[in-house]
Design a protein around this ligand. Structure first.
Ligand SMILES: [Zn+2]
Length: 471
């Protein structure tokens, strides 16, 4: 931009324009880059932080009798997370606002610094973003599970005709069909059902996407995993969209009954995929990009579609790590290395590890301890070591939500977080990273989505020290 400054009256006008320009530019910098404010306040213009969030999905838990009343986080050896806690700030955050669904999508939105109560529109539109499927403002995305239903007699050969509320949800994952089987079944849906605004997009195994362009989203329907072994009537679709949804289900039963994939599955002694289940619907969420909101370029490392989708919605670079599975055998070290490498070009990395959550859902204590120790030893440890070479940094360690072994599903309990600032110069908490120690510090962030901003702006380290202070 060229600003001309001339003498005389014209010159005065020029000066006013110039002052105006610098005032506007200053205000723009001030709001666009919250970091600028921190650096200014600290009087150290040269500090440019790198940020990393190390997220152990579902790793917090409740006291376990087999562990003499300790939690898995207390019982597991976690020297690296303890180092973050002891040298940093520890507290609790409520990542699932009261009354909202206890989902990873809701919880991770909070951790990423977005208020789910304001921005969450459903699970499927986030997954659609992760699959690269664009939604217009009037389009509705539905998760399309390939499922196995059982008839009244217990068989899986369903009769043609209307969908029966007494049919039972035998397997919400349709016997985990291969990607090839899933694609073949979804291709038949595209051939016979798509049209009049309905589209099918193949995903992975039993998890696919249906889009209804200019569609209806008023649908109250249970997630299929909540109906396992129960009559589907207990989660029966209701609402304006239910007529169309039930018609698509009925036609999927017809199409799948004689599908070559199912002939082969029956021959191999496997249960057939005999219906779709449509759920998790919603319109495109209106999410401001992370860079616009926090002034930082981010990258997402995860093996899970939903987290990739969140990353895509927020404008993150999506990093694929070979061997990242979402299970206990995931490539932990590859994720840590990819994160450190990414921090060479972006400001913030969100590194998500699914394994502790899987162990929690399985109710398997040993798996959960192993997943937590692997996360600590193979992700947190190497990342902390590598960060030393990258200069000033802030590290946040936390789960998105608890997945207590006792209930084998997510809970809405507030979760412990630990945050370390390499430059803070303040004394750390001195405590280990556990649910109890986090509760003991008295720091409770009830609106969990506020944690991210306070972490990025460095405000966690400037809080009043009185216990019980809520920020
Ligand atoms: Zn989760």
């Amino acid at each position: 931009m060229v600003v001309s400054v001339r003498r005389g009256r014209q010159g005065q006008r020029g000066n006013i324009a110039l002052n105006r320009f610098f005032l506007d530019f200053g205000l723009w910098i001030f709001y666009r880059y919250p970091d600028f404010r921190i650096l200014k306040r600290k009087g150290n213009m040269s500090v440019k932080y790198k940020y990393i969030i190390l997220l152990g999905d579902g790793m917090s838990d409740r006291p376990i009798p087999e562990l003499a009343g300790r939690t898995p986080l207390e019982a597991a050896a976690t020297p690296h997370m303890d180092r973050v806690a002891s040298g940093g700030i520890v507290g609790l955050a409520r990542t699932i606002p009261q009354g909202m669904a206890l989902g990873s999508d809701v919880a991770n939105l909070s951790v990423l610094g977005y208020d789910p109560a304001r921005v969450y529109t459903g699970r499927s539109p986030i997954e659609a973003a992760g699959m690269g499927v664009d939604l217009g403002p009037d389009d509705v995305a539905f998760r399309c599970n390939l499922v196995t239903l059982g008839s009244m007699g217990g068989g899986t050969d369903l009769a043609d005709g209307p969908v029966d509320p007494q049919w039972v949800m035998v397997d919400f994952a349709g016997g985990h069909p291969s990607n090839e089987e899933g694609r073949s079944l979804v291709a038949s849906l595209s051939e016979h059902i798509a049209g009049s605004g309905i589209e099918f997009h193949p995903g992975v195994s039993y998890r696919h996407l249906m889009v209804w362009r200019n569609g209806m989203d008023e649908l109250d329907v249970a997630p299929p995993h909540d109906l396992t072994d129960n009559p589907i009537g207990e989660g029966w679709p209701k609402g304006d969209a239910s007529e169309r949804v039930l018609d698509i289900m009925r036609r999927s039963v017809e199409i799948f009954a004689h599908h070559p994939v199912n002939r082969l599955r029956r021959d191999a002694g496997k249960a057939p995929v005999n219906s779709v289940w449509l759920w998790g619907q919603g319109r495109r969420p209106n999410l401001p990009l992370f860079a616009d909101r926090y002034g930082l370029q981010g990258a997402m490392i995860t093996a899970v579609d939903l987290l990739r989708g969140l990353g895509a919605c927020l404008g993150f670079e999506l990093i694929q790590v070979p061997g990242a599975t979402g299970y206990l055998d995931t490539n932990y070290r590859g994720k840590a290395d990819a994160a450190l490498e990414a921090l060479g070009r972006v400001d913030l990395v969100y590194l998500h590890v699914e394994a502790p959550d899987e162990a929690g859902h399985g109710g398997n204590l040993n798996d959960k301890l192993a997943a937590i120790e692997a996360f600590d030893g193979k992700v947190v440890g190497p990342v902390l070591q590598g960060l030393g070479r990258l200069g000033a940094h802030r590290v946040l360690v936390m789960p998105d939500h608890a997945t207590p072994l006792e209930i084998k599903t997510h809970s809405g309990d507030p979760v412990p977080f630990a945050a370390l600032d390499s430059e803070s110069g303040t004394a750390g908490s001195g405590v280990e990273y556990t649910e109890n120690s986090a509760a003991g510090t008295g720091l409770m962030i009830d609106r969990g989505h506020e944690l991210m901003g306070r972490f990025i702006r460095g405000e966690l380290w400037n809080r009043p020290t009185d216990p019980g202070a809520e920020i």
